[in-house]
Write a protein of this length. Sequence first.
Length: 66
Amino acid sequence: MNKMLKLHDIREFNGVKKDETNRASLMVIKGEEHWLPKSQTEITDNHDGTWHIQMPEWLADEKGLN
């Protein structure tokens, strides 16, 4: 992630990856599709068809992932 964040500033979710470009991943989180910038997220494969997603709290709020 680009800027230094405190642990409580990070939100974590599990989702499904539907698509991606060089700059963003299209993830389904809580039943809704969200384009997430790769520069602001860490997305790792859970090896069960889902992905673990970490993002700054401000981005989660911006995407309506409260």
